[in-house]
Design a protein around this ligand. Structure first.
Ligand SMILES: *Cc1c(COP(=O)(O)O)cnc(C)c1O
Length: 380
């Protein structure tokens, strides 16, 4: 029977959001997110294009079946085993006490802002950068300040010190490598910043595994910097975006602050089980990282060869442009079955590393999509 056809009118369904006592700052806001379109080549959200291998999928299924035996019980609120596994994966002498895990690093960083931001406080970041950062601030009633990066999208101590003097932040967010530019600042600069600032410094290393020297991480600074937080995710290099697992490493006291603000049992038993299987197979899951890195390095070279400007990226994506009408190029690519991202500096688009076949499709589509006179145009 068609339930729709017999449904009685429901007055509550006709109420508009504007009729509800919504928080005023949310008026007119749209839900965040890149378009999720079902097209053959999806290069828009920096995912790993390789699904987990069959052998690991089978282990995940077994682990979930095992977890299902106790799904009537709440999961381990502290996710101790998972945090110990994450510490072991990171190395640098870290233990479970230094790790906090959540449903994506978005949630983990949100916990930091819930604990250290709030009304009357300020979070400072350097743009262009990750489009979720303003949402963390909005969600926690924290003031949000974006200071422009240097022209090459990097940072230096003077710029950061001046920004801190001007805005007196309580929390600083630095994506490194930065999204959407892919540019990376040296760990030595992060050390300088930590030495000179007394705010919490969150270094978001979502793409660290893709960089030329993945071990050259702000994690090395943690032993001497109690206000440093290094965020990581399993969504990108680990090819586990669908599982929603992110985490951070920090002083145990910072982790304690996150434990205060998290909702109890925030990480489901199945999430914890899946993540632990993934970590036990980290070498296999990370097996495509060097290939993806090579893909995106080659692509940057190719794009420059087409007369486009491409900031040097250490991540699994890069910006390219400028285009007089980037939306037209985005649409022309989409019409050819290729989805990229309209984000970052005006007139630029972002693309991420796919399989070799996907890269070829992207290149062919882009050559078709670029306005003839547009190649190199606007760079004079
Ligand atoms: C993708 C990304 C994340 C990860 O988000 P998850 O919630 O872990 O999926 C975090 N920071 C940046 C800069 C990102 O690009």
């Amino acid at each position: 029977m068609n339930r729709e056809a017999t449904a009685v009118p429901r007055p509550a369904d006709r109420v508009h959001l504007a009729d509800l006592p919504l928080r005023p700052e949310l008026a007119g806001e749209e839900p965040y997110g890149a378009p999720q379109l079902d097209v053959p080549v999806r290069l828009n959200v920096n995912e790993n294009p390789y699904p987990p291998p069959g052998r690991i999928r089978a282990q995940i299924a077994d682990a979930v079946a095992e977890a299902a035996k106790t799904l009537n019980r709440y999961p381990d609120r502290e996710a101790r085993d998972l945090r110990a596994d994450l510490a072991h994966y990171l190395g640098f002498g870290l233990t479970a006490d230094h790790i906090w895990a959540a449903n994506g690093s978005n949630e983990a960083i949100m916990h930091v802002l819930e604990a250290f931001g709030g009304p009357g406080r300020t979070v400072l970041t350097f743009g262009p950068t990750y489009s979720m950062y303003p949402e963390y601030a909005r969600g926690t009633h924290t003031g949000f300040v974006v200071v422009p990066r240097l022209p090459d999208h990097g940072l230096d101590v003077d710029l950061v010190q001046q920004a801190v003097a001007d805005h007196r932040p309580d929390v600083m967010l630095i994506a490194n490598p930065n999204n959407p530019t892919g540019t990376q600042v040296p760990v030595a600069l992060i050390a300088d910043i930590c030495d000179r600032c007394d705010c919490l410094v969150v270094v978001d290393e979502a793409y660290q595994e893709f960089t030329e020297y993945p071990d050259d991480s702000a994690l090395a600074l943690l032993p001497n910097h109690p206000r440093l937080v290094v965020a990581r995710t399993m969504s990108k290099a680990f090819a586990l975006a669908g599982a929603r697992v992110g985490y951070l490493a920090a002083a145990p006291a910072v982790v304690d602050a996150c434990r205060i603000v998290r909702l109890p049992y925030h990480l489901s038993a199945t999430t914890q089980a899946v993540a632990r299987v993934a970590l036990a197979n980290s070498a296999a899951l990370l097996g495509q990282v060097s290939r993806l890195r090579a893909q995106i390095q080659q692509l940057q070279h190719w794009l420059r060869g087409q007369g486009l400007d491409v900031p040097p990226s250490q991540a699994n994506f890069c910006l390219f442009g400028p285009f007089e009408d980037r939306h037209a190029v985005w649409e022309a690519l989409l019409a050819r079955g290729v989805l990229v991202r309209e984000t970052g500096p005006d007139n630029y688009l972002r693309v991420c590393a796919g399989t070799p076949a996907e890269m070829e499709t992207f290149k062919t589509a882009l050559l078709d999509a670029m306005p003839r006179r547009g190649r190199g145009e606007g760079q004079a």
